[in-house]
Design a protein around this ligand. Sequence first.
Ligand SMILES: *Cc1c(COP(=O)(O)O)cnc(C)c1O
Length: 424
Amino acid sequence: MTTLTEPENTLEYSRSLDAKDKLKSYRDKFFFPQHNGQDVVYFTGNSLGLQPKTTASYIQQELNDWARFGVEGHFLAKNPWMAYHEFLTEKMAKVVGALPKETVMMNQLTVNLHLLMVSFYRPTKQRYKILCEAKAFPSDQYALQSQIKFHGFNPDDAMIEVHPREGEYTINEEDIFSAIEKNKDSLALVMIGGVNFFSGQVFDMKAITLAGHKAGAIVGFDLAHAAGNLKLELHDWNVDFAAWCSYKYLNSGPGSVAGAFVHEKHLSNVDLPLFAGWWGHDKQTRFLMGKTFVPMQTAERWQISNAPVFSMAACRASLDIFDEVGMDALVEKSKNLAAYLEFVIGEINKEKNNCLRIITPVLNRGCQISIVAHGFGKPLFSKLIENGVIPDWREPNVIRCAPVPLYNSFEDIHRFSTILSSLI
Ligand SMILES: *Cc1c(COP(=O)(O)O)cnc(C)c1O
């Protein structure tokens, strides 16, 4: 922690940290669910981020222009809908460390994973395996299994899952590297979550990309829990492709439009197979409605349909905030929040017989800290909710807490610990 005094688990101390927080004014820019007339302790920004107070006006603008112009809003709206996705590109690219031409907002996360695998999972008899983390998010597992079957292979053979070692909750990265090495002659794709949704473990994406490439494989990441949470450098890390959703750390609302990244080095390859639609066609000649698909030379090539303007308007409201704050400031505060949460859990443990175990690695984490509550089940979680704390629960006994730097405070962490401690 960047503090001079010894940390304390007291209201005064947590407020003194808030007083020094350069981002504290941002909390007021979000709506908080209420509990007994007070903001809840919202630690679920890793599942659904809170609503910025500006979002409604961004959507209202498009509703007004639709009412006013009808179809002509595609050109006459204040923010013409024809190319509405372009309003998001630059700011989104900055958040994930990509070039604008490598970035596009479109569809939903799992849909984007599939569309990108159409281009980047091209198995051959010799090279057909996909390496992923065990206990990946179910949607990712289904996507990978179905891609493997679609190409006529058997997931039991073609999917290499790297597990945590016996008795451990997180994956030893050495095991990822050795699995890549061991399968180097048959590996087509490495597809891992940048942050494991369950443990909160952050993977070394740069090193994994390097190792995957050395083995002759393509490397893609699911950044659902990484985008807007970590400082990413997708371009510099030489990642081949990535996809993420915008409703978790990116606060764009339930089911909002997702992101996709394709590295610059692939953009000049016009022969890459893909599932095409008119929005991936060269925009200069799109409306000549020619018979032949002329691909965009940017990640927009993977767009199929025209832009979903309302969800993009919500995404735009959020990205404007991210752009103002910047990932560096967010990551700095995030580290301090996580360290304070770790500290207060330690304080509870001193009094409560070490009943809480943090499974998220200290050196490899973002906002999220996952806690195993030994001897407590779902009733503990229900009690937390009854007392105005919204964390996230994973069976059998894991509490996932994500203090988010844009809107969570150190006081939230103190309140959380007081309530949790009183329930144990
Ligand atoms: C949240 C999440 C998803 C959700 O997928 P959708 O297509 O947005 O419904 C998928 N994968 C991971 C790793 C996630 O964290």
